[in-house]
Write a protein that binds this ligand. Structure first.
Ligand code: ZN
Length: 209
């Protein structure tokens, strides 16, 4: 009879990683929840220098998980299908971003000033923002503008439903302007090697004086 004199040892082997005596929660999490295939639009949402809460809403919209009225009605809720921003059409993701006259006024205000013509559908537009221009400053500006527009249009839609406040597109445009300058200012300060007039903020003021 063979007797083993060594004690047994427990080893952790999450997924394809080699067995190890040390437990790793990130590796275990990934083994239990494997990441799906990357989506083609991830760089339009999770880019460097994004505004986190804007990117998050944009990600939810990209998966069409916002509680728009068309979805709520499909779940059986007896609510009006109307868009609260224009009262002329039924509310859906496509309508809100940016078929609605209200949201179109906001989005076109910015895209027309930078002489760009975005596609009409939300998903096409989401892909487009990542390759709309070769100018790196303008590229970041377009991506930030897109996410700020989505965020503030959704916020305005919610405030019309949950309170009596109603703001016109011009007021949303003013807010986006302020948000953009507040975001670009510290980023421009970090562009130490930028030639005079070629910082992010200079690019912004060239189009939005
Ligand atoms: Zn509308």
């Amino acid at each position: 009879m063979m007797v083993c004199l060594e004690d047994d040892v427990y080893l952790w082997k999450p997924d394809h990683h080699p067995p190890s005596p040390h437990f790793s929660s990130p590796k275990t999490w990934l083994a239990l929840n494997p990441a799906g295939p990357p989506v083609s639009w991830h760089k339009s949402v999770w880019f460097k220098d994004r505004i986190p809460k804007h990117a998050f809403i944009c990600w939810v919209v990209a998966w069409n998980r916002l509680h728009t009225r068309d979805r709520l009605r499909r779940w059986g809720l007896s609510i009006s299908p109307s868009c609260v921003l224009c009262n002329g059409f039924d509310e859906s993701r496509e309508h809100l971003f940016f078929e609605c006259v209200f949201s179109q006024e906001v989005w076109v205000f910015f895209t027309s000033r930078v002489n760009l013509n975005p596609p009409a559908s939300f998903m096409d537009c989401l892909q487009w923002v990542n390759s709309a221009t070769r100018d790196p400053n303008l590229s970041l500006i377009i991506k930030l503008l897109f996410q700020a527009s989505v965020y503030l249009i959704w916020k305005e839609r919610n405030s019309r439903i949950h309170s009596t406040t109603t703001r016109p597109p011009a007021s949303i445009i003013r807010d986006i302007n302020q948000i953009m300058r507040a975001r670009l200012d510290p980023l421009a300060r970090n562009q130490r090697n930028a030639a005079p007039g070629s910082s992010l903020l200079s690019t912004w003021f060239r189009f939005f004086p």
